[in-house]
Design a protein around this ligand. Structure first.
Ligand code: FES
Length: 123
């Protein structure tokens, strides 16, 4: 059995996260529902704060972006789902417009260790 200590996964170096850049990755952990599905996520800087979410729209469970590294709306204010246009607040992932309004992206736990940003699924 894997302890939560072991479930941290290094994704990129702190210096890889530059303003406006989205770093995409595949999680080592698989989805519990539906079981065994691969999970992907993304990291970015919200101002100066690193944040990470699963790349899953709460509406239909599809990935948010249709182009690598492109997650923001045209005004560069909100994360936008490319399928039906739902808008999410970068700071907490809350959907503020679209078919899943009131729902939210799944935020990943983040920590910095030895110059790396590591992520894990929330408990
Ligand atoms: S799948 Fe994302 S808004 Fe519909």
């Amino acid at each position: 059995m894997t302890s939560s200590q072991d479930s941290w996964q290094p994704v990129c170096t702190v210096s890889d996260l530059t303003p406006g850049k989205f770093v995409e990755f595949r999680l080592r952990e698989k989805a519990r529902e539906p079981e065994g599905m691969p999970l992907t996520g993304f990291l970015f800087l919200d101002g100066t704060t690193p944040r990470g979410y699963l790349n899953i729209c709460p509406h239909l469970g599809v990935e948010l972006n249709w182009m690598p590294g492109r997650f923001m709306d045209s005004d560069n204010l909100f994360i936008q789902c490319s399928t039906h246009g739902a808008l999410f607040k970068p700071a907490d992932g809350e959907c503020i417009a679209g078919p899943c309004q009131g729902d939210a992206l799944t935020e990943l736990d983040l920590r910095q260790r030895k110059g790396q940003i590591e992520i894990r699924l929330p408990e």
